[in-house]
Every structure is written in C-alpha cells, then in structure tokens.
Design a protein around this ligand. Structure first.
Ligand code: SF4
Length: 719
C-alpha cells in the first residue's frame, strides 16, 4: 500500500487529500491534516476521486461514430481524421466556422488549460470561442478589467479576519468558496461569529449559509443591483463613505454619488422586496464595522444585471475603504503570477471587439456568450451578421471538459442544433448528454493519472499557498492527457493556413514542444517568490507550501489602468445603469421566478455517476413557498409541471418556506435520461430533470453576455 498526497480538483476549494492506494486501485480518500490551507477538511464529494477513477463507464480509448454506433479507433487514426476534416472545413468556410467550447473543469487542469485556452484556438485561428464562463464568472472578469485594468485582478474576501461578511447571492458554506478557494468554510464562518463578527446573507433562498448567518434577507431574483445602489445611496447620503488608504487611488466617485442618488431605498423596495429601513440599517452596520467585506457569486453573476451587481459589490468595498485591506477584499500573491501571465499572454481583457453573427452579442476577451451557441449553429448561413465583422455560421464544434446540453441555457435547442454540424468532436471522459452527439470522442486521463498545479485557484485562495499534485499512477500507454490531445490536433492544424492566429509567446512555446511542466517551471521562476520557489522546491513539499496570509498594500502592483487608479465609474457600466433603471416599477407580482441551487453532494453534471454521492433522497426537486403552493393547490411530493418560454418539464415538488414567495428553485446538472448514446449507468438511473431545459438563451445580461440562469419566469401547475 502507498500513500499519495494531492489537491482535490473536484471544486474550487482545492482541499489537500491523502489517498491510500495499491497501484492504480484507490483504497481510501481522506483529508490531509498537513495541508496548510484545508488542514484535513474534505467534503463528501471527495470520494468521487476514487469513484470516477474506477468508473466502468469512463472511456479509455477514442471512439468514432459509425452509423448510430460508436466504435473504438486508434489515437493516430483519430488525430489524422479529425485534423484532415478540420483543415478541410477551415478551407471551405474559414477558421471562424470551427467553434470551441470549454467547460469549467479546465480551471482544475493547468496543462489542459494552457492548450485549450491558448494553443488550440490560435492554431485553428478561430474567434468562435465559448466556455462555461458566460454562464458563471464572466462578470467578475469583465468588471476587474474595467475597474483594475486586468481581468486577472480578483478581490478575495478575507473571511478569516473580517468582522462583517456580507454575502449576496452566494452559498459559500456549500461551495467552500467560489472565486475564493476556502476549504472548511463552515469552521471559518463559525470562527467569524465566535470573534464577534457578523454574517449577513442576501438571497432569494434561505441557503445553508443563510441558516448559520446572523441575519438573512430575502431578495427578489435580479434585484441585487437595485439593492446595492440603494445601499450606496445610504453610504453617500449619510456621509458613511470612508475610502481611507484608497482616497487618492480612485476616480469616478462623483459620478457614482450622482448615480446612487437616484436609487433611494424606498424607490427600489418593490424590486428587491427589502424594506428601506433594512437597507439603511445594513449599510450603516457595514460602514461601522472595523473590517467588512461584500461578496457575491452565482446569484449575482448569472443574472440579467450580473455585471452591474458585481461592479457595485466592488464599489461598496472601495468606498468604505475595505479593498486591499486586512479583513476586507484582498489580492493574493500567488507563486505563479496570474496577473503577470495575463500581461505576457495579452489576456488583460477586451470587450466588444467583434460580435456573434445572429444577435450581434459582444465578445469578452476572445469569447462569445454561450447563450448564442445554438443559434450560431442552427441559423442558416444566408442570415447576414447583425454587426460588421460578425463570425460566420458554425460548421464544426470541439467541446472539452463540458456538458453544455445540461449546463447552458436552452440545452434542448443546442442538442437539436448539433445535428446540423459537419463535424463534432468531444474531449471527454464520459459519453454524456453532449458527447453522445459527437462524431469522435477523445477521452483524456483523469486527475489521478496526471500531474497538477492550481495556477488559477491559488490565485483566488484565502491564503497564499503553492501545491504540486503528482500523478498517483502514470498514464497507461493507451491513454492520452488532454494537453497531448490538444497538441496533436494543434500541430495538425497549425501546419495549414492560420488566417487570424496571433500566436502569443505561450502558444509558440507550447507548439515548440515545451511540456506544460516546463511552462509552469518558467512561471514559478519568474513569479513573485523567484527562484527560491522553483518547481523543484514546490515538488518536494508533498503537503503544499504555506506562503502566508494575504497581504494589504498589493494594489500598486496589481493596477493596470493607465491612470494607476481604480476606475470606479467606467462609462460602459454607468451607461448600463439606464437599462436597470428602465426596469423600475415593472416587477410582476404574479409570476414565479426560477433560480438555481447548489448542493454539497453534486457539482454541475459530472458527479452523478458516483453511486455513493447520489444515494439517498431525491435532490432534484422544485422548491416552492407554501403561499405559492397553496394558491395553486399543490402539495409536497406531487409531481408538477414547470413551463417557461423555451420548455416544459415535470418534477417532484417540495413545499418549504426556505424560498421566498414568488420564487422556485431547482438544482442544475440533472436530466440524464436523454435518449440513446448516454453511457452513465448510475446517472441515467438517477434521472432527474435539466433546469436548462427551462432557462432561456434569449434572456441574458445584454451588456456582459452572461446567461440569466437565476431569473427565469415560469408557470407551475399540477399535472
Ligand atoms: S470541497 Fe470537496 S470537492 Fe471541493 S476540493 Fe474539497 S474535498 Fe474536493
């Protein structure tokens, strides 16, 4: 028996795990007590490291669809055939006719990320790039670029030292932090309260985090930007702003003050459902705290005004002097410098430099909103681009580490659209609801068969740390890593004409056969800790290296704006406030609004094939307030019909006052009984419904392009 130490890659918390194994067989998975950040904590999902590793449904060799069946083929044969088809499609329709979609597990796979985000799209030369980002964190990146000059500047709530934690549309107790790697959040929140700090949660659902909070306020879905403007109104009008060390480091405060003056707590109350007195008290308490921090995630981000709400959270932290300050929103000092990497790789950010064809939606940093993907495939080519320079019709699609049929809005339309593709390739360990439509499936190794270093997630850690995760077992000769798959395809494509490819330094390096490990070593050597924290040092520390708490005073090194100031009122966001203002007074009291729900034993769509994780009660239920249920003659346990503009489904009902009146909640990632071709024995048996058969690809944050997954109007009726 041997003991293997690594970081769990299943979610953003990156807990240290200790795995007992005999060769390739995992015997147990436990928390690593010596991990400097997680200190032994793991959540129930950690067992999926073993369950996915041993899953008999996991694909091992490339598959090619012949007729309606998948047959195994060799790697070289697959690479050659796919490369030839892609080159031929590029010659006929141009590089932009080849689209690429990447799901969020790529953030947990540094080697694949280098190739998937940089090398492969550049080798194709395509601008038709999509990812799960536009159903998730896109507003965070966009706002960081607008305020700080680079999308890589990510403020992290200093949960361990704050005195007042204002959580809006997030459930960190279940997520263990998101855009904040915070393993053991339950302990951290208990410690916050034990030291006299205050936890306040604003959410349409009394989430698990809200259950342990000092105060929870229901808010109407999509009302966050209104709430935050009213919050700022109170701060400005009552003289509660206190920029402290930031006073000479910001621009645009007067514009903000004028904006906030328009949104009194009384005016926005119908949109938020929060009383004016409560808004005033919450703002005063926040301003009075020694150290306070506001934080928001999916509920704030994946909604109609996600960019505005994300911006206003940052503004609250800045005008109260709580940015770049202990106990406030802080910046990490990761060993692999993400901000420097963004500089070198020309990835600081850009917005609207080109657009999607059908709706003319803006790109964000070389990515188009995934809500546009289906229409970009299924709309005939004679529909001209809505804006000059729009991309042409998509003819080929490569998906990687993602299941957009279950995770993007109106998944059913996307699924139908796949039928019109000339070529679809999926890099995936499973034959799932998306990859079953592919002409080729290329299965990469799973985490325990590859090395890993969390370039992205250490950059959002609650504490500065560095940890190398070696492969537990080497990959078998018949297996390929994701990055090897991408490199093979890239080499075949880069050999042909590359119409618009601007091969950045990293892409050139990767195509010159540098391994991801050599690129990582370079990043560490040139990072803030220099040669003293080279890859060899990191590799020797099997539990990880503690680099200390986050430090105040990082702003000067981080800001990339020309003025070297935080742009508090970027004109694009100021202009978008008018879209919000136009909604004032339009709240529909009769409609039900669907929001999502994150659960501890589930992570998006891909852990439902673990029998240990899905056992027990049915978690894919619609939760509804008793008042709404009574008004419709519905009771717990009944199967109800839920209808939106785009779809209809039937799901068991749970009546609970956990959700506010007028709101219903459904988790996403379920709905695995979707027809022939899915090879996920446990998940198919589990069934459930896909929330994204109700979410609407037309309902987006039109400024950012993010899908509105937390504000879908639905009807619920008995069957
Ligand atoms: S919280 Fe759970 S799933 Fe996430 S990294 Fe930790 S053990 Fe893994």
């Amino acid at each position: 028996m041997a003991v293997h130490h690594r970081a769990c890659h299943l979610c953003e918390a990156i807990c240290g795990v200790e795995i007992e194994h005999e060769g390739a067989r995992v015997l147990s998975v436990r928390g690593d007590r010596e991990d400097p950040v997680s200190k032994g904590y793991i959540c129930p999902k950690a067992v999926a490291l073993a369950d996915v590793h041993h899953d008999p449904d996991r694909l091992q060799r490339p598959l090619k669809k012949v007729g309606d069946e998948f047959v195994e083929i060799g790697w070289d044969e697959a690479f050659d055939e796919i490369g030839a088809r892609l080159r031929e499609i590029r010659e006929r329709h141009g590089a932009d006719a080849i689209a690429h979609y990447v799901g969020n597990p790529i953030a947990h796979n540094y080697a694949a990320a280098i190739y998937a985000m940089g090398v492969f799209p550049a080798a194709v030369g395509t601008r038709a790039r999509y990812s799960s980002q536009s159903t998730d964190n896109l507003p965070r990146m966009l706002v960081s670029w607008l305020l700080f000059g680079t999308q890589a500047a990510l403020p992290i709530p200093d949960v361990d030292r704050t005195r007042h934690f204002l959580v809006i549309g997030a459930n960190p107790l279940v997520s263990n932090g998101s855009l904040m790697s915070a393993p053991g959040m339950g302990r951290r929140l208990a410690e916050l309260r034990a030291r006299g700090g205050r936890l306040v949660v604003i959410d349409p659902r009394r989430s698990e985090t809200a259950e342990v909070a000092d105060e929870h306020c229901f808010i109407r879905p999509g009302g966050d930007a209104f709430f935050l403007l009213a919050f700022l109104h109170v701060l400005f009008s009552e003289g509660l702003t206190k920029p402290r060390h930031l006073s000479a480091r910001t621009s645009g405060e007067e514009t903000l003050r004028a904006l906030a003056a328009r949104f009194t707590p009384e005016k926005v109350a119908p949109e938020t459902g929060i009383t004016p007195d409560t808004v005033r008290r919450l703002a005063r308490e926040f301003a009075a705290a020694d150290a306070a921090v506001a934080y928001g995630r999916m509920g704030v981000s994946a909604q109609e005004f996600g960019a505005l709400a994300t911006w206003l959270i940052d503004v609250v932290n800045v005008v109260t002097g709580n940015l770049d300050r202990v106990g406030g929103a802080m910046f990490t000092t990761p060993a692999a410098d993400l901000i420097g990497l963004a500089d070198v790789a020309r990835l600081r950010g850009h917005h609207g430099t080109y657009h999607s064809r059908v709706r003319g939606l803006p790109e964000w940093s070389d990515e188009l909103p995934v809500a546009a993907l289906a229409e970009e495939i299924d709309t005939p080519e004679d529909v001209a681009p809505k804006k000059p320079g729009g991309v042409p019709r998509i003819r080929a699609l490569l998906t990687s580490s993602g299941n957009p049929v279950l995770s993007t809005p109106n998944g059913a339309r996307l699924e139908r659209a796949f039928a019109s593709l000339e070529l679809m390739v999926s890099i995936d360990i499973y034959r799932n609801e998306t990859s079953r439509h592919a002409h080729y499936i290329l299965p990469p190794t799973f985490a325990l068969e590859r090395d890993h270093y969390d370039i992205v997630l250490h950059a959002v850690g609650l504490r500065n740390a560095a940890k190398w995760s070696p492969a537990m077992v080497p990959r078998a000769p018949h297996q390929r890593h994701d990055w090897e798959i991408y490199r093979e395809l890239s080499v075949r494509l880069a050999g042909g004409p590359v119409p618009r490819a601007v091969l950045g330094p990293l892409t050139k390096l990767a195509l010159a056969a540098a391994t991801p490990e050599r690129i990582l070593a370079l990043l560490l050597r040139t990072g803030p800790y220099g040669k003293e924290l080279g890859l060899d040092v990191v590799k020797r520390a099997k539990h990880g290296i503690d680099l200390g708490p986050l430090e105040a005073g990082r702003l000067t090194a981080i800001l990339r704006t020309k003025s070297k100031k935080i742009r508090l009122a970027p004109p694009q966001l100021v202009a978008d406030v008018e879209r919000l203002a136009a909604k004032l007074g339009r709240h529909r009291t009769r409609a039900l609004t669907l929001i999502g729900r994150r659960e501890l034993r589930s992570n998006n769509s891909w852990l439902h094939n673990s029998a240990r994780l899905v056992k027990g009660r049915d978690r894919c239920t619609l939760r509804m307030h008793p008042t709404d249920a009574e008004g419709r003659g519905l009771a717990s346990g009944a199967v109800v019909r839920v209808t939106s503009r785009v779809g209809r489904l039937e799901v068991p009902l749970e009546v609970t006052d956990e959700v506010m009146p007028g709101v219903v909640s459904l988790p996403h990632g379920y709905g695995h009984r979707r027809g022939a071709g899915v090879k996920l024995g446990v998940a198919v048996e589990l069934g459930g419904v896909s929330a994204n058969d109700l979410t609407d690809e037309k309902a987006i944050d039109t400024f950012a392009g993010t899908a509105n997954l937390n504000g879908v109007e639905v009807d619920v009726t008995s069957i």
